[in-house]
Ligand binder design. Structure first.
Ligand code: CLR
Length: 402
């Protein structure tokens, strides 16, 4: 990791990028980075990482036993992390700075499987300041639905960028009376910045809490803490009735092999993330996309990034920004806000299931990651708003996955 990966021709702009990080104002998107670190993929696309393996995504819906079903949810979740957090590194050589979606940007596609049928993905930028992406993924044949939203809050330490995620995902299994799983998101930090080869390490804890009463407390660590390996985690599975009794302990690498141990101490393989099948998302050709669809909207910027042409990148990005400013001005004039396409907001206190699950999972700061979690009380949380997907809005809309 100590090998310098900054191309010689861009070392000057990398130095100024590092300096701009040092005088960082809280908005990662506002940092102007040199072309070699830019990705031509928008953050609205990142929602697909939740369900690239159709078999893992639908597996919980096919399991009759509630405890085994919960373990399959944990397995699917752990199995998504490698694509979520390592795929840029593995495919492009380092983490990259994604395109910062504009308000109303959408990304949609589907996965077809002969065995499990169609899985549809919709993703929408529901807020620009601060950036928040909403998404929903469903497989009707197996009655599985995932929906969620996320935003980030970044801060700086000496050699790394620390990122807290806020928002959550909710998995609903309709074959089991709408059984729900609330999934919180791990914090992370970005290492290797000095050498021009940033990569993500997960840290802290995240939770999966089900209405069936099972809970997983997942703790993450980089190299060294649990073992000498990178990307390690340790998950404890408990049930509501007896929170002190650990039913299972799962540990290992979330990007590689992990093991599961039951209460009697019997250990077996849990998952090898390297073997999780990644299905290719099908996305409409650019010509069939609306101007608000991510790949079409960013096409010229993406081309400029591929060319590594800094001037052109800037020029093409400016066009989008100017257009966005016109939209905002018009809305201000008309006293309107941009209509969200597929999502609405819900207040925590109006969603009994969310209030109950987030309480059990220990979520204190729902949407407002701005305040430090220590100072946020449950009462504060109940006034937070959550972004929720509305399927009827999708069915009525002109933009579709296929
Ligand atoms: C977005 C939501 C996904 C998981 C995920 C993975 C990587 C994260 C990304 C989220 C948010 C943006 C992110 C990225 C890693 C690097 C990037 C934090 C949380 C920042 C903005 C890039 C900073 C620039 C460096 C590369 C120098 O489900």
């Amino acid at each position: 990791a100590t090998e310098n990966k900054v191309p010689a021709s861009q070392s000057g702009s990398w130095t100024s990028f590092l300096k701009s990080i040092a005088s960082y104002n809280g908005d990662l998107a506002s940092l102007t980075a040199p072309p070699f670190i830019l990705s031509s993929v928008s953050l609205t696309e990142y929602s697909k990482f939740w369900a690239e393996s159709t078999s893992e995504f639908v597996a919980p819906a096919l399991e009759q036993d509630p405890e085994q079903r919960f373990l399959k949810v944990v397995r699917w979740f752990i199995g998504t992390l490698r694509e979520q957090y390592c795929s840029r590194n593995e495919k492009l050589g380092s983490e990259k700075k994604p395109l910062n979606p504009f308000l109303g940007e959408v990304f949609t596609g589907y996965w077809d499987s002969p065995e499990y049928g169609r899985t549809v993905l919709v993703s929408e930028q529901v807020s620009h300041h601060p950036p928040v992406t909403g998404y929903a993924i469903w497989n009707d044949a197996n009655k599985v639905q995932l929906q969620g939203y996320n935003g980030i809050k970044a801060s700086l330490s000496t050699s790394a960028i620390s990122v807290r995620q806020y928002g959550h995902a909710v998995l609903t299994l309709d074959a089991f009376g709408g059984e729900k799983y609330l999934i919180t998101l791990p914090a992370l930090h970005i290492e290797g910045i000095l050498f021009g080869s940033p990569y993500v390490e997960l840290e802290g804890k995240s939770f999966i809490q089900s209405t069936s009463g099972y809970k997983a407390t997942i703790e993450y660590s980089g190299k060294g803490y649990f073992s000498g390996k990178k990307n390690t985690f340790k998950a404890k599975v408990t049930s509501d009735g007896k929170p002190k009794d650990t039913l299972y302990t799962i540990s290992g690498q979330w990007s590689g092999v992990s093991k599961i141990k039951d209460a009697k101490g019997k250990e077996t393989t849990f998952l090898d993330s390297q073997n999780v099948v990644v299905n290719q998302l099908q996305v409409k050709p650019l010509a069939e996309q609306s101007e608000l669809e991510s790949r079409r909207a960013w096409a010229t910027v993406a081309d400029a990034i591929t060319l590594g042409n800094y001037e052109l990148i800037h020029q093409e990005k400016s066009k989008l920004e100017v257009e966005q400013r016109v939209f905002r001005k018009r809305e201000e004039r008309d006293g309107k806000t941009w209509p969200r396409r597929w999502f609405t907001t819900a207040v925590v206190k109006d969603e009994a299931w969310y209030e109950q699950l987030s309480d059990k999972a220990g979520v204190v700061a729902g949407a407002s990651a701005s305040s430090s979690s220590n100072n946020v009380t449950k009462a504060d949380r109940t006034t937070d708003t959550n972004w929720r997907f509305d399927r009827t809005l999708y069915e009525q809309n002109v933009i579709k996955a296929d």
